[in-house]
Design a protein around this ligand. Structure first.
Ligand code: NAD
Ligand code: MG
Length: 404
């Protein structure tokens, strides 16, 4: 059954704490690709949104610049060595400055915001997001790894705390938008579209020589380094299948991937009567970010529009899972469940890091992930602690292989 749990678009999203005034946004990962685009959305709508929390891992200069422009309540600089520098740069303001990984959680537990934009990359986003949920804050979720690692916990906690999780990932935002008004109708399946990345149509004999710079060139989207590599290997689509399972309470067999190189249809939902709804638009992450912030209202903007008179080919094809084996591994993790997606995610984070540092080649990433998935003990129903342990074990196993 496709019971749309806590995120059904027709559910009553709580109004912002300050009533119907300005919605106060906490941007976790404000210096990243999603974070900076979110700040553009806020800057364009100053009477609707404000930025109350900004966090960065180590880009102190951009964080300070953002803080001086948006005057948030709090900033967090992850890198403790940079704390004094940020503190000094903001000394003439009332902005509170915190540092360390622990501070991210503490700030997520504060009351100075209404909506958390979870835009930290990777496993590091999990703990602050869980904290925000138990603090009763609505989540605009960009950080898909959070759901890949511990989707069952995250969604359960969200239901318990009556917290809406509104997707920012463009495919999931598309599905979410297609589901508005469909609360009582069962989903037959969702169709996740994938651009195919820069190596669409290529075979292993080509991929073996692919270099970092080449893999970082995505044809349709400009994104952070990790997700750009995930898009080139198709791991991103695998992570998104798992993300869709948790967000929309789907069975693995209800999630299909279709390659659509133009990235105009952002994803589709097929209902029981065979009718298919799609959401279309030019590829621009500001749109799903703005939608998540404004939900259930749409906000007028001047973003470029898709013009049916100009681009006239929308094409579709099957993904090549034989060549892009990461997608197959992710499907295995999706089907098997338990701690396997968590293990896969950890190995993938290590693999992408190693590839970005020219330590392993493009195809080695898949071997590394596969070996890690085969070697870390499977747990069918892990506790949160066990997810953290599986993550740690998988990371050290994968890192050991690289340094052999
Ligand atoms: P990015 O690398 O550009 O930015 C990541 C942000 O997280 C930065 O602000 C960085 O300071 C912070 N960060 C990194 N490591 C951290 C750590 N260990 N602790 C605390 N903070 C840390 O990444 P991005 O492209 O903006 O992606 C962010 C998330 O959104 C990812 O999970 C990604 O999959 C997802 N997403 C991104 C896009 C996109 O277009 N960029 C689209 C869909 C989903
Ligand atoms: Mg996506």
């Amino acid at each position: 059954m496709n019971e749309q749990k806590n995120i059904k678009p027709d559910s009553n999203t709580p109004p912002p704490a300050g009533g119907f005034g300005v919605k106060r946004i906490a941007i976790f990962g404000s210096t990243g690709s999603i974070g900076t685009q979110a700040l553009e959305v806020i800057a364009a709508n100053p009477t609707v949104f404000s930025a109350e929390v900004l966090t960065a891992h180590n880009n102190d200069e951009l964080l300070v610049q953002q803080a001086l422009k948006f005057n948030p309540n709090v900033v967090v600089i992850g890198d403790e060595k940079k704390y004094l520098k940020v503190k000094a740069a903001l000394a003439s303001t009332n902005i509170k400055v915190f540092t360390s990984e622990k501070a991210l959680e503490e700030v997520a537990g504060m009351d100075c915001y209404d909506v958390m934009l979870a835009a930290i990359v990777g496993f590091a986003g999990l703990k602050p997001t869980l904290k925000a949920i138990s603090n009763g804050k609505a989540i605009a979720l960009a950080n898909k790894e959070t759901l890949v690692v511990a989707g069952d916990m995250v969604m359960r906690k969200a239901v318990e705390n009556r917290v809406p999780i509104i997707p920012v990932d463009s495919e999931h935002s598309a599905i979410f938008q297609c589901l508005v008004g469909e609360t009582r109708n069962k989903i037959e399946k969702v169709i996740l579209t994938a651009s195919g990345g820069p190596f669409l149509g290529r075979k292993p004999n080509y991929l073996v020589n692919v270099k970092r710079e080449h893999a970082l060139q995505h044809p349709n989207w400009t994104m952070g380094a990790k997700i750009t590599i995930d898009s080139a290997t198709l791991m991103n689509k695998g992570l998104e299948m798992i993300e869709a399972k948790w967000l929309f309470n789907l069975k693995p067999g209800q999630i299909q991937v279709v390659i659509h190189p133009q990235s105009i249809i952002h994803s589709m939902v097929q209902f029981e009567d065979g009718s298919i709804k799609a959401q279309l638009g030019l590829p621009d992450m500001k749109l799903p970010i703005q939608y998540a912030f404004g939900f259930p209202k749409r906000i007028a903007n001047q973003f470029p529009r898709y013009d049916f008179k100009k681009i006239n080919t929308l094409s579709f094809e099957e993904p090549d899972v034989k060549t892009f084996r990461n997608l197959g591994l992710a499907m295995e993790a999706l089907n098997k469940g338990g701690n396997l997606p968590c293990i896969m995610n950890a190995a993938n984070e290590i693999a992408v890091y190693a590839f970005l540092h020219n330590r392993i080649n493009f195809l080695d990433m898949t071997d590394l992930i596969e070996k890690t998935m085969q070697n870390i003990p499977f747990i069918e129903k892990p506790t949160l602690e066990e997810y953290f342990e599986s993550d740690g074990e998988a990371r050290s196993f994968a890192a050991d292989i690289i340094s052999l």
